[in-house]
Design a protein around this ligand. Structure first.
Ligand SMILES: [Zn+2]
Ligand SMILES: [Zn+2]
Length: 203
């Protein structure tokens, strides 16, 4: 599996393209639809899904555009479905272009497997930052996409009205049980490894 990382506005969002044998998925989109389309056309990659790690607008603003341009399906955890709709009804001073709501095509659940090429990517439900936050784990590659749940040295905000610190702690404990050498690709900032985040064991 190949992983390509992009950093896009509006909030220095990490967007990942994961692919194998010319088939792949995009993990979050931010405001990067045009650049992603350019890349996948150039490299002839068939994108099956845009997976939202959670509903926050900085990660999902171009959902509609990537769907329009590539005809992909949008997948999001079922517990963030209502929030996604709600977030698209607000104004954001940090977004200076059009964005509009589109219904997700697939509502994900814990343990669900997403397949592309020879890859099996597993959904791990990690509520806390939002009720439907997920991590995506590719066990045989030792790779975890952690959204805004786990960052290098810290974890995602839990001070939103719909967040839960208690759920976040449980989710982080779940991640602490992954093998130490699992590489972590978060929704913001730099990559890390489970083994580098020794605080996870003490939380
Ligand atoms: Zn977020
Ligand atoms: Zn974020």
């Amino acid at each position: 599996m190949k992983v390509v990382k992009f950093v896009f506005p509006p909030l220095d969002n990490n967007v990942y393209l994961a692919y194998d044998k010319s088939e792949g998925v995009v993990i979050d989109v931010a405001l990067g639809a045009d650049a992603i389309v350019e890349f996948v056309k150039k490299h002839n990659i068939n994108i099956l899904y845009l997976i939202n790690t959670h509903a926050h607008i900085d990660h999902t603003a171009h959902n509609y555009k990537l769907k329009e341009l590539l005809g992909i399906k949008i997948a999001l955890h079922k517990n963030d479905h209502a929030l996604l709709k709600e977030f698209f009804n607000s104004n954001y001073p940090f977004i200076h272009e059009e964005f509009k709501y589109v219904e997700p095509d697939v509502l994900l659940e814990d343990g669900q497997i997403i397949k592309f090429g020879n890859v099996e990517m597993k959904v791990i439900h990690t509520p806390g930052h939002t009720p439907g936050s997920i991590c995506l784990y590719v066990e045989n590659e030792g790779i975890l996409f952690s959204g805004d749940t786990l960052f290098a040295g810290t974890y995602g905000r839990t001070d939103f009205p719909y967040s839960s610190e208690e759920d976040m702690i449980k989710s982080l404990r779940k991640l602490s049980n992954l093998p130490k050498d699992v590489k972590v690709y978060p929704g913001h900032y730099e990559e890390t490894k489970i083994g580098y985040e020794s605080w996870l064991k003490e939380i």
